[in-house]
Ligand binder design. Sequence first.
Ligand code: PEP
Ligand code: MG
Length: 591
Amino acid sequence: MTGMDKEIILEGLALSPGIIIGKVWLIDNKKAKAVKRRISRDEVEGEVKRLHKAVNDSKDQLLKIKDKVFSEGKKDHHYIVDAHLMMLDDKMLIEDSISNIRNEKVCAEWAIAMVIDELKEIFENIDDYYLRERGGDIDHVGDRILKNLIGEEHVQLAGIDEKVVVVAHDLSPADTAQINKEKIIGFAIDIGGKTSHTSIVARALEIPAVGGLEEITDMVQTGNHIIVDGLSGKVVINPDRKIFQEYLKKQQRYNYVEKEIHKYVDLPAETLDGTRVHIAGNIEIIEEIPSLISHGGDGIGLYRTEFLYIGRSEPPTEDDHYNVYTDVIKRVSPHPVTIRTLDVGMDKMMPFFDHPEELNPAMGLRSIRFCLKETALFKTQLRAILRTSAHGNVRVMFPMISGVDEIRAARAILDEAKEELKSEGISFDNGIETGIMIEVPSAALIADLLAREVDFFSIGTNDLIQYALAIDRVNDHVAYLYDPLHPAILRMVKSIVDAGHNANIKVGMCGEMAGDPVYSLILLGFGLDELSMNAFAIPRVKKVLRNITLDDAKVISEKVLSFTTAEDIKQYLKETIKSRFSGELWEEFNL
Ligand code: PEP
Ligand code: MG
């Protein structure tokens, strides 16, 4: 047995449910890869500028590292950083790359990659051991420049043509957009928490996934056998016979329960005493709609539109938006579709836009803040949403609103778009419902003031929890603190619902919390009008709602608010559920 055939059991975070036994397809996306792109004469100066910027960004990053090394007293180590800094000042590296851009008419990435390859070849042929080793430094420097040029790592998932479990460091939204469900049957990734986009997409496409595995990419090779248990968060590499048999049984049991739960997809989300809750789905890509419908979702409560902007070199045109939105409407009709305006920033970057580097991107120029600065880009999307509203039940929703000024500013641009369309004779629904996500604690605190300005609220618990509890939602080191049952979160949710209802507007929830059947007991009691979730969760939540009365749910949610810790709440819910539900459903609860 070689080192790479050894059985290894890893504990990670369960990101997307299901058990899969398959073969590894390793993606080494820690290292940036240049893609050759031919450019026109007009693009030459732009590419030269990009190259200079990437080199300067690389220098800034290295200088920061050098400062840190110094401040930590590891002075000896700064020579390595100095050596890399010197390479960045190397005339040949820069000038040769520029002449590649000018003479070969290739993009900056390819131009620099050509020079790096030449330099590496020279070093590899040097007899002197020390000098030969410097070839590795050139690789590192080249990789840094490339990453700064690319902005994010692009991996090719589209080309996979056999059934595999993808093992990767992380997947960007642009990567996940290329997933073919027929070929990719599981994920095991180094980083990523439950609300990272990789896990949201994995859940939406019903692909079992485990994240937070830290170094799995260093432990496997393509072709290794692997078990991904998206229920417990366990991953087994090269399982022995005993574990293999054990998981085969687990997989069968899981598939049986799935079949049972599936019986609820076509039943209404109605309590024992006839209270209806609107159950909708969250989507990011159009391919998710069939799964949403087959799981019994009544429309789309959150359409994340970022995928229209990422993975392309030019911003989408008004018609690009319009064509996709009308397609979505057609597929979901007569149910409503809530289109959320661009929520860019943090982990979602647009390649055609020069995003400023931010130390704290989660609190930076993201989402509505970005749109209110880039108003032309924003208005293009709003015009397309308005045009789509002429063909079906469309609502527009603004993300990351933190105060009344922002919603007024966003509405003013929406009104401008309406005026433009009117004067152009283009039809739209003038009364289009306009709402906001409540996902910033300040918005939660002034929900009564915001409720006067809009037609509906949708609570975005993924960000609300991140900001309220000060937990980076994509940092798996603090993922254990990320708890929707924290009394602060429950109080916030309750007061948002009350503020909305006092102003006679509907309040929904579209964060991941809405899709957990345990939480749906509490959310029903709080009075939420709509729950929007991933497709997988829909029949589970329906099953819970159909087995309780509204009054009982109110008792549970009131009781829950009387506890002091999330742990006490969990204990109470566990006991309540045990006494109330039995059989398969109990096993479904994730307490
Ligand atoms: C949220 O923050 O809860 C949400 C639904 O939005 P996103 O996950 O896209 O930030
Ligand atoms: Mg959010």
